[in-house]
Design a protein. Sequence first.
Length: 181
Amino acid sequence: MQAFTGVILAGGASRRMGRDKAMIAHNGKPLIQHMAKILTEAGAEEMVILGRPDLPGGIPDHTPGAGPVTALVDYLASRPSGSRHIIIPVDMPALKPEAIIRLARMKGWAHFERHMLPMLATAGHRFAPQPRRLRDLLAQHGAAVLPLSKSDTIQFTNLNTPNDLKHWRGMNAQAEGTSHV
């Protein structure tokens, strides 16, 4: 497996959630710490929290408010050509290190079917014209699409709204007998 930097997208305003998603408690710790742990367990050599200069390992968006694609393109443009980066969202608590390892084994840009994140990206590419959607960014680079079994799909659940969080906590409570989110 080739070296990679783990990148957590955490610069959004969390408008739909109504509070900072990065700081939502998961097993007694902020969700951002849980997501960083997943990347570390998968073998990330370096960690970057994109859009959160207030956190350790955090860097600012160069164009605040422009969205995750612009933040990601700006970030990749600042990195050494050929360097590899696995990008995950801050709000995917069921993600498993094994999914990250599958991406890390790929040679170039890659993502899972039906999910734009997590994704593997390599720096050193020109983005002209710059896409507005992750789907277009991945297509622009001919990203490989990794298959998923139905049982794997749950780990790609995003927590975007208070209802998503409530549903997620309820599912975990039923599955484990107690809530861990």
